[in-house]
Design a protein around this ligand. Sequence first.
Ligand SMILES: Cc1cc2nc3c(=O)[nH]c(=O)nc-3n(C[C@H](O)[C@H](O)[C@H](O)COP(=O)(O)O)c2cc1C
Length: 194
Amino acid sequence: MSSVHVAIAYYSGYGHTLEIAKAVADGAGSVPGARAELVDVAEMTDPKWEALDASDAIVFGTPTYMGSASGAFHAFAEATSKRWMTQRWLDKLASGFTNSGSMSGDKLHTLQYLALLAAQHGMHWVSLGLMPGWNTTTSSEHDDNRLGFYLGAGAQTWNDQGPDAVHAADLATARHLGARVATQALRYRQPLAS
Ligand SMILES: Cc1cc2nc3c(=O)[nH]c(=O)nc-3n(C[C@H](O)[C@H](O)[C@H](O)COP(=O)(O)O)c2cc1C
């Protein structure tokens, strides 16, 4: 069986987004033939860059700070320009997630930014692939995709709570995203029918 490598390139200032990143990795790693690797973009090293270069898919993750990706994630994104110059990541799969204090908190802008970053690298964006939850009188905040994103996974954690308070539904949604990216990476590896 072919195997695929899903890298989760994340930043987390206070540990909340790290919990989401770990759930994405759990989901990716749960797919037979896939392995997942967490890459903290605040501490990039040559081996970490090489791991991203060698991956089949990169899932970008960052908290939303001031309506966009965090400054540290932006610094990483700027550093990827060396890869952009040679289109080193051309045709890899990509996806993304973000987490913030408010239900909206302008997270969509962060996901759109991550998708643009992927597009600049010529990567293929994998959407969340879940119907929105918590949007009828009979649904609940415990539904997968409770915040109703399509582009990637969006999570919300209370500003006065620690990382252990990350919502179980957001973790489940993140696991779904990781599994979906790994599954798509395995499909993408299949030879084209002649
Ligand atoms: C500098 C800063 C800016 C923030 N801006 C936003 C924002 O625009 N929208 C929002 O909903 N939450 C915002 N927050 C809250 C964080 O997104 C939230 O605390 C998140 O869980 C932090 O994740 P982390 O622990 O992985 O850093 C901000 C927090 C900080 C520290």
